[in-house]
Design a binder for this molecule. Sequence first.
Ligand code: PHE
Length: 519
Amino acid sequence: QLILDTLESSSTIKDTRTLVIPGQSDPAASQDAQIAILGALNSLFSREMITYDTHETLSHVLTPEGAQLVLEGSHEARVWAALPVKGEGTPVTPLELKSRVGDETAKVGQGRAFKSGWIAKEGSGLVKSALTITDTTQLDLREVDSTGTLQSGEKVLAELRKRKLIVQRKGQWFSVRKGANFSTSTAKPETDLTVDMLTSGAWKTSTFKKYNFEAEGIPTNGGALHPLLKVREEIRNIFLEMGFEEMPTSAFVESGFWCFDALFVPQQHPARDLQDTFYLSDPSTSLEPPSDYYKRVSEVHQNGGYGSLGYRAPWSHEESRKLLLRTHTTASSAAVLYKLAGKCRGKKVDDEALDSTTGGSLAATDDGFRPAKMFSIDRVFRNETMDATHLAEFHQVEGVVADRNLTLADLIGFMRVFFKKMGIENLRFKPAFNPYTEPSLEIFAFHPYLNKWVEIGNSGMFRPEMLEPMGLPKDVRVLGWGVSLERPTMIRYGINNIRTLVGHKTSIENVESSPAVRF
Ligand code: PHE
């Protein structure tokens, strides 16, 4: 503030040693004061409030011995003081002098005191020859101590340096000018633009700290996989070990057609309600589904077919084309099964990616069908009320197997092998209902910590009403099962609130330190 106020009144500071710090009588000439001033100058310079030039000086400071002499007097003065005035007492022998003032002082002081004519010999002893003395060494040292130099000049300074009573010290002082952002306010500049500043309008008058593009930034740690991704990788490996191939699941946004209609979920089903499914408002409708297939699907819903009565309920094209966030990965499975049936429909499979998805290793038979074991692990969305175990987005793990004449025993067999590899051997199956599978089974596992049976998944044999409109041959059966990724992850990591795993309360430290998973 002193620097800014001085610049305000006299526009430059020629020599910072002339500044008088408020409350002090002398100017801030000492090196300590200049160092403090330099700190302030640098801080003001970084805000471009001032600029300054540095000037070097040489000055002198006392050594510890020099400081001692300021307090106690010079060696020669102490020798003089220890002796009697000539004719007034017994002369002091050199030995006695040593014991009075110490070896060092006696040695150095005698010579200098003789030279100055302060003391004289008297027989074999010593006496004062001057009645009063002026201890110039002590006075000179005092002057150096307060001013850093001596009026009497370099010759005396050199002498004191030789006696190791003072040393030279480099010093600095500064001249200061106003900078581009000069102001007398020392308020710290803002480093962040905050919501408060925007709403109050304070940003208009605030001064902001300049970006330092040369700053090195905080070193970052290496990346870390989230626990969900670690478990995902393990489950993925289980599927790959069992010869399954991964289905493409990048379509988070699906149409009502693929998410529900193709799966023979009636258009009036409660799962399609706004309370359960997130619909898109912009864009709100999908492209047209494949038209022949669409016709067969709407037909089986309304009037039945393939041995089914159908739902015999009104059909809405709009409902079918609504865009939504997929509520299950079975929407993606349906699209992959439809492509798998492509060759059976007498058409070439149009999507090249499909061939790498469903493999090319198994030779197609006459009707164009080839078996497939496929899986996916990806995100789904439901309009859920969030609580400790439910989120509006979570992950499903899904296995789908298509082959001729598969049975419910195949489904149960696949699931037993799959869950055993996840470390779950005690399974039970309970009849359940899905619009797209018949029969359907809920999967229960015995939870050793909770000491009870818990539901871990859902499964079933896909219905002919779903498979036959796709063009799959009548003897082809498709089985499928689905598990959430969150449930096994929470069990593996001993987490009982899903919000510690996902969402804004997740601690990055915990993610970084979470151990790898081995089933
Ligand atoms: N889609 C079912 C669910 O969301 C899981 C499932 C997949 C069931 C495949 C049967 C067959 O719970």
